[in-house]
Design a protein around this ligand. Structure first.
Ligand code: SF4
Ligand code: SF4
Length: 280
């Protein structure tokens, strides 16, 4: 099994394997349900950056939902691992993981940990998704270079905190994804994202993201939506909608967000004084 050749072929530039005991378990229940006797973790990054085109969606949410790509990738990777190690067990995770993914990737030397809480890689910045596979194999069995096993921090320049609408007390990206009615305070923070879904401010100002390279993974260039409109959203079939990263809270949430921006634009539109408009 040549894992490095597999990742290269998939356009995945950074990966490592760690002994499980150095990872921070943050969801013991999930670990118990999946692989309680985990001995190692295989980690990799999925760069998603394709440029900074104008739009009203967070950059991560403009391609189809990255979970679809992760699922496809896992199908291939699990076949490879099961063939090479038929006696062993493997479980894959993206986002919802038993371990702290950012901490593990930092320990693995895949990047530095930013003051904004994100992993920042040298070539792809923080415009990445993290993925991992837990296994009951020794980490050395994957045949990958040794992990760094120490964590490095970012430049601590403070730009991300200054740019954050919530000054890191909360996250407006999360607010944009909340169900139901937003309070007036939440609405103000939501408007400060300048988007209808997510928030990119802390990433866009980070000097370590300045020269981020574009991804080599074709999936992130397919069927992109930079700007979502109410009409575009209404016209999407159920299947089309469910393929998008902004679908996971249901259609009502992006609909509400679009309506909030529309109401705000109407409120702020200059009013026309009919008397002044009258010509003599
Ligand atoms: S995503 Fe936006 S709101 Fe959230 S921490 Fe970053 S700048 Fe702040
Ligand atoms: S903006 Fe500065 S402080 Fe924030 S993550 Fe980037 S380098 Fe670190």
């Amino acid at each position: 099994m040549d894992l490095q050749a597999f990742f290269k072929n998939e356009g995945i530039p950074l990966y490592t394997a760690l002994p499980f005991e150095v990872c921070k378990v943050i969801n013991p229940r999930l670990l118990e349900r999946t692989l309680p006797d985990a001995r190692s973790v295989l980690l990799f990054i999925l760069p998603y950056y394709t440029g900074r085109d104008e739009g009203n969606l967070s950059l991560y949410a403009r391609s189809k939902d990255y979970h679809l790509y992760a699922k496809e990738l896992w199908g291939k990777l699990s076949a490879l691992l099961s063939e090479a190690f038929p006696e062993h067990h493997f479980c894959s995770f993206v986002d919802h993981s038993p371990i702290n993914e950012v901490h593990a990737c930092g320990l693995g030397g895949l990047g530095v940990i930013g003051d904004n809480g994100l992993l920042i890689t040298k070539d792809y910045g923080s415009f990445i998704f993290l993925g991992e596979v837990l296994s009951d194999l020794e980490y050395t069995a994957f045949g990958l270079p040794e992990p760094a096993l120490h964590i490095e921090g970012c430049l601590h320049c403070g730009k991300c905190r200054q740019a954050c609408p919530c000054h890191f007390e909360d996250c407006a990206s999360g607010i944009s994804q909340k169900k139901g009615t937003l309070t007036p305070e939440e609405q103000e923070l939501f408007f400060k994202t300048d988007l209808i879904w997510g928030c990119d401010h802390c990433q866009l100002v980070c000097p370590l993201n300045k020269n981020a390279q574009k991804t080599a993974i074709p999936f992130f260039y397919e069927e992109r939506i930079n700007t979502l409109t109410a009409e575009g959203l209404d016209a999407m079939s159920k299947e089309e909608f469910e393929k998008r990263a902004f679908a996971w809270r249901g259609r009502a949430v992006p609909q509400r967000n679009l309506a909030l921006w529309a109401e705000r634009a109407e409120r702020n539109a200059p009013t026309i004084n009919p008397e002044k408009e009258t010509t003599s």
